[in-house]
Design a binder for this molecule. Structure first.
Ligand code: ZN
Ligand code: ZN
Length: 385
């Protein structure tokens, strides 16, 4: 694992990316920066994968497995409230999830991996994906063939986690993060006079019944030992000016979070049943449309052990733990890769007192750059030596 890396170069690069945040599928400048950095290091670079994604390939020329390391590149539509010298220069856009740091740390690892090329066999594929934040960028890259030519045997990636000690590395085998299913509902009634509901079909009354009944699905149909939640995140109908009007329709959005595909299927079916029942009572029709479906993130048990053992062997001074609880029902589209091939998505503590993810005061902790680099190097040393 010997290498000489100037970490300050990658801290500066992180700050540069932080200054110029780009939203999902618009990461052209970030992708350009990633591509030129990888090319300078000697990687074979492919751009425009999954729209704005970048792949860097290191081929040792010796037979062996192909392992992939993945970072995300997109920022969020949040206005930054930090007073940092490298604060976002774009109003309303900010790297509030640390994808700037994930990108910088994988580029830092890229340099170290290239320096160690002579010690490895097989191939290393570095994946810089777009649109992790609700854009299913991982799926877009898979659809564009990121896991083939050469075929990837195992994949790894990490997310920083505020609220955990800086540098604490942890992973959970099996269900590790939630599934995120977004649904749009339109309840179609029949507009009419507020004083003559019997001549209309009131979609707001049906929506109210649905909202109450859908929570019963979580309370009475889901096992208390499973984790899932249904949130009605928006509702729109009528207008404040039409106080004496029953509107034609009512639209709602649902965010369903789940710890497994079975929980997701149960809650989606239960939500549609509750809607059907409410619409039957209210004599309304409905549409039930799936907008986005990020599956629950299921780590491969063996790949998780492989990763944690590699970290323990090569980073003896670090606090490294296998956990047995799901730290969040938040979603992460790394799950799409794990549906195709084995791998492990692990976490690194961003510090106990740093602002939480997606908060306007959040900032990635630069101390994680060399640490994440060492995690990736440990994996390469264990799997490709
Ligand atoms: Zn995020
Ligand atoms: Zn994130």
């Amino acid at each position: 694992m010997s290498h000489t890396i100037d970490i300050t170069k990658y801290v500066a690069l992180r700050h540069e990316i932080h200054k110029h945040p780009e939203l999902k599928y618009e990461e052209t400048q970030t992708a350009h920066l990633v591509a030129i950095t990888l090319r300078d290091l000697g990687y074979e670079v492919t751009q425009g994968v999954g729209k704005t994604g970048v792949i860097g390939l290191l081929d040792t020329g010796r037979p062996g497995p192909c392992i992939a390391f993945r970072s995300d590149m997109d920022a969020l539509p949040i206005h930054e409230l930090n007073a940092l010298p490298y604060k976002s220069t774009v109003d309303g856009k900010m790297h509030a999830c640390g994808h700037d740091g994930h990108t910088a740390s994988l580029l830092c690892a890229a340099e170290a991996l290239m320096q160690n090329k002579a010690h490895y066999k097989g191939k290393i594929k570095l994946i810089f994906q777009p649109a992790e934040e609700g854009g299913a960028g991982a799926k877009a890259m898979i659809d564009d063939g990121v896991l083939e030519n050469p075929h990837v045997d195992m994949i790894f990636g990490y997310h920083n986690r505020p609220g955990f000690e800086q540098g604490y590395v942890f992973a959970k085998p099996g269900s590790a993060m939630g599934g995120d299913t977004s649904i749009e509902i339109i309840i179609k009634g029949k507009g009419g006079h507020a004083a003559m509901p019997h001549l209309a079909r009131d979609p707001i009354a049906a929506a109210a019944m649905f909202i109450n009944n859908v929570q019963a699905a979580v309370a009475r149909q889901l096992s208390p030992l499973a984790s899932g939640v249904v949130t009605v995140s928006s509702i729109q109908a009528g207008s404040r000016k039409g106080i004496n009007v029953i509107p034609n329709d009512c639209s709602l959005t649902l965010s369903i979070r789940s710890d497994s595909l079975a929980t997701r299927d149960l809650l989606v079916a239960a939500a549609e049943d509750a809607l059907k029942a409410a619409c039957l009572t209210g004599a309304c029709d409905y549409e039930f449309n799936l907008l986005l479906d990020i599956p629950a993130l299921i780590n491969d048990a063996q790949a998780t052990d492989t990763a944690l053992n590699a970290f323990k062997q090569h980073m003896p001074n670090q606090l490294i733990e296998k956990i047995d609880y799901m730290p969040t029902l938040g979603a992460e589209d790394f799950s799409f890769y794990l549906q195709k091939i084995p791998g492990c998505y692990f976490f690194i503590g961003n510090g106990l007192n740093t602002a939480y993810l997606h908060n306007p005061h959040y900032d990635f902790n630069d101390a994680l750059i060399p640490l994440a680099k060492d995690c990736y190097l440990s994996l390469a040393a264990s799997l490709l030596s």
